[in-house]
Design a protein around this ligand. Sequence first.
Ligand code: F6P
Length: 327
Amino acid sequence: MKLPTKIAVLTSGGDSPGMNAAIRAVVRACTYYNLECVGVYRGLQGLIEGDFEELNARSVKNIINRGGTFLKSARSKDFLTVEGRKKAFNNLKNENIDALVVIGGDGTFAGASVFFKEFNFPIVGLPGTIDNDINGTDYSIGYDTALNTVVEAIDKIRDTANSHNRLFLVEVMGRDAGDIALNAGIGAGAEEILIPELNMGRERLLESLSRSKKSGKTSSIVVVSEGDQIGKNIFGLAEYIEENLKEYEVRVTVLGHIQRGGSPSCFDRVLASRLGVGAVDALLRGETDVMIGIVHNKIVSIPFSEAIKGSNEIDKELIRVADIISI
Ligand code: F6P
């Protein structure tokens, strides 16, 4: 099998802090190995539209500290069609590009895997999402920064919760995965954490809040994952609590996209750099149709088919710790 000499890199799906650091690492690894490197703007959509730019080591200066992705990102509907993917393949061939690094989440990997199977085009992926919902890697790029953003926000909310003896429901991101809610909830000292993987039920939440009041707590923080069963309608949940527990004055804060932005943490910068170099190393070993992840602090390759299987099981030990320390 012919090894690649010209590699394209793109970011796709929701942006996450550290994507720039990952692009930088891919570009610089290419320079290190004397490979050409091309940046694709706007993810898989830019691949279809031929939105390419040659990159060199200096094109990626001063970006390791920047959030977002300078290559921009998109959720491409056209890439779901055979015609779209054919156009993308032709654009790559016309530019003599012989391998691709995609940085994104499970949707990106699913598309990349189909593309590899259709055109036998070498592709590796890097997990870039704040949700940390990718199978086969302990961490995804951007997750640690998002956790720190959430904890910082909740620390501020706590000041008001405490000053006014209020209960705050704080909604955090994570469509299908409770990793952000659970870890930020523990880190910020939340009284309750609602996650999609465990349906607590409204009644049990009321009982628990009631117990908290009786135990002498004057204010409370409940962290609610956006995908949680009872927390999906967070304003409805706030009304329900106020109707049933008259002693509580409830406020809602939806953190939203503030969680996706900002300068990446050192952890995310290092992770992104290691995975970016790992992606080029993997392509040069002839690997394809795989995601480069990190497991027990070692860089590993996992087939896309495994990576898109859904999030890792939620850690029961973390749930137990959260329960104990919120007494
Ligand atoms: O997958 C990352 C994520 O931030 C989810 O947590 C969230 O549900 C979703 O993206 C929001 O997507 P968009 O920015 O397209 O509204």
